[in-house]
Ligand binder design. Sequence first.
Ligand SMILES: [Zn+2]
Length: 115
Amino acid sequence: MSLYCENCMKLVDAEVCPRCRNRKMRAPLPGDFCQVAEVPYMQAEMLKELFFDNDVLCTERSVLGAGLTAELGVNVGRVRLYVPYDRLEFAKELYDAYFCGAAEAAEQESGADPE
Ligand SMILES: [Zn+2]
């Protein structure tokens, strides 16, 4: 099962975090904020609204430092979104439905009939 890195606020399938080399990995608790997505700033705004509408608590961190983001403009900024572990699966479903739903629907319409 996945372990939780407190430094990265992320679930990983490893005993040592591949990002920060943290060795004090532990099992996730229901209230642990876990990264659900890293998206451009504009998409983050839409996702936050989506999570809010579905009663999913959500917090965010800019990937770039705040100063750099301000210097380059918010449009180039990327944002990591985090939701509590017990809402992570639901949040991922919302994310997938939101960003993949349209593409999948188009694929099914143009795809060959399996029968
Ligand atoms: Zn880490």
